[in-house]
Design a protein around this ligand. Structure first.
Ligand code: GAP
Length: 513
């Protein structure tokens, strides 16, 4: 089995074993591509949300946050283009009866070519050692150039065919590349068809009077339809932004890779309303700002890259993804889109209401343009969780699993551990717990040996363990153990709040952006 698969299996099993993520409805054998967050997962997710909300809403004087409803008027999805164009190209394998996204089959094929390219580069790096010049090698090595040209030609043809809705050519491409069903090897494919990703539901008591609704496939439209309300009541001038965190639903056909692609997920989106003609400048700024926000988490600059879109969505005049190096390779984490005035103009047309801004400097009315940043909360959770999960071999040869989460995001900030369950140590520890609980999410644990308790805290990413022993009763000090270095030091109980706060507060993280 490939190493990547091992890593990914470990991520999934660790998430379950330590109360981060459970398959939904598990006692009924689960529901495909739907997951529940457990006690530690919910805390980590809430902390990620806070990091985003504080960076967007709290730190920007001209961005406000809202919380709009999941059910929305059905005409909104007509106006936004989702009824007509929110489709995936699907293909079925006639032998295995399995359904695939045709574009993903082609992209996976190209990812394999990219792997070969990277292997050539790695081999050369080993051969040339310190003298290796990667840029020079990539620009001149015939094999690498050949792989790259092939990959680019395939992706460009795919983008063109999808843009022209030429599904016959997508199928022809799959056949020409001899792409097989990854599980069975069969190349017996059906035609490619479009499939709308929105979930339908009904509003109303009786079958005849019920209105057909959709579960929102993105949170953005809740922002667009509230633009006038927010602009008027907040009295912000352009440019200003509206942010929102909320659930979105997509009937994903190829729902794979754990919480990477789900049918019910959460988005953190921000629409930045700007004067027409300035959008591309703001778009470039938001690309940089959002990348810096990710980099502040400390997961390594080399694990992020931009991917500029060749095929633009129906609403965009520029678009890029921030990709992250997941255990299964570089994939989209966040989208940054210059959406023009497409959405607001469409809502003007479909609702019959004027959605305009009077610009006192230009002395004119216009429909604002929009730059959007949109990141999947669950995908971000997966990026952070999978990157931070590490197996370490210690100096004495023993092993530990540690989740080296950024401290501000850790579900539990400190565990308070009486060395033994007697001699007044639990009572002393309890006092510390009852004091710290007002500032931090802390836990009290007295079961098992101290070593086992340390390991359990390492596995859920707790930055501090506080051990109470017999000396504590006499000198009011405790042993503070640091998760990452495993160093231990003796500190006065009165210092605990300050030491923990310095490490885990959001200010430390936010000031790096
Ligand atoms: N409003 C724009 C929009 O929704 P998108 O690229 O379709 O754009 C934005 O989605 C982000 O939402 C993606 O970058 C990804 O992180 C997340 N996302 C999209 N579909 C998802 C799914 N099925 N499961 C989990 N996250 C998803």
């Amino acid at each position: 089995m490939a190493k990547q698969e091992d890593v990914f299996k470990k991520v999934v099993s660790h998430a379950k074993e330590y109360g981060f993520i459970f398959p939904s409805s598990e006692i009924y054998d689960g529901l495909s591509a739907i997951y529940d967050y457990g006690q530690n997962g919910a805390e980590l997710k809430n902390n990620i949300k806070q990091y985003w909300w504080k960076a967007m809403v709290q730190l920007n004087e001209n961005i406000v946050g809202i919380d709009s409803a999941i059910f929305m008027h059905p005409t909104i999805w007509k106006a936004s283009g989702h009824v007509d164009a929110f489709n995936d190209p699907l293909i079925d394998n006639k032998d295995s009866k399995k359904r695939f996204r045709a574009d993903v089959l082609v992209e996976d094929y190209c990812a394999k070519i990219e792997d070969k390219e990277n292997k050539e580069i790695e081999k050369a790096a080993k051969r040339f050692g310190d003298a290796f010049d990667k840029a020079e090698f990539v620009a001149t090595n015939p094999r690498v150039l050949e792989y790259r040209a092939k990959r680019e030609a395939i992706l460009s043809r795919l983008a063109k065919s999808l843009e022209k809705e030429d599904l016959a050519d997508v199928k022809a491409l799959i056949e020409e590349l001899e792409i097989a069903d990854p599980d069975t090897g069969s190349k017996n494919w059906t035609e490619v068809r479009q499939f709308n990703l929105m979930f339908g539901t009904k509003l109303g008591a009786s079958a005849d009077s019920a209105t057909d609704l959709y579960l929102r496939p993105e949170t953005a439209q809740g922002i667009f339809v509230n633009y006038l309300n927010v602009q008027k009541t907040s009295r912000h001038k352009l440019p200003f932004g509206i942010a929102q965190i909320g659930k979105a639903f997509r009937n994903e056909i190829v729902a794979r890779q754990f919480i990477f692609r789900m049918r019910e997920f959460e988005q953190m989106e921000m629409q930045y309303f700007v004067p027409p003609g300035t959008e591309l400048e703001f778009y470039e700024n938001w690309k940089k700002t959002r990348l810096n926000w990710h980099l502040a988490l400390g997961l390594g600059e080399e694990n992020y890259r931009f991917h500029d879109h060749e095929k633009l969505a129906h609403y965009a005049n520029a678009a890029a993804d921030i990709e992250f190096n997941f255990p299964f390779g570089f994939k989209e984490l966040e989208g940054i889109h210059s959406r023009t005035d497409f959405d607001l103009s469409a809502h003007e047309k479909f609702s019959g209401r004027k959605i305009q801004y009077f610009d006192p400097e230009r002395n004119e009315n216009y429909v604002p343009y929009v730059v959007e940043t949109s990141v999947g909360l669950d995908r971000l959770f997966l990026a952070i969780f999978s990157h931070c999960l590490k197996d370490e071999v210690l100096e004495d040869g023993s092993e530990r699993t540690v989740l080296s989460l950024p401290p501000a995001l850790a579900p539990v900030k400190a565990a308070i551990l009486p060395l033994v369950k007697k001699d007044g140590l639990p009572e002393f520890a309890d006092k510390i717990f009852n004091d710290l609980k007002f500032d931090f999410n802390v836990i009290f644990e007295e079961k098992d040996s101290i070593g086992k308790r340390y390991r359990r805290q390492d596995a859920i990413g707790t930055p501090f363990c506080i051990t109470v022993d017999h000396d504590s009763l006499n000198d009011n000090t405790v042993t503070l153990r640091y998760r990452d270095t495993m160093e231990q030091e003796r500190v006065p109980v009165s210092e605990l709040r300050r030491i923990i706060d310095e490490k885990v507060n959001f200010r430390t993280l936010l000031s790096k952006i």
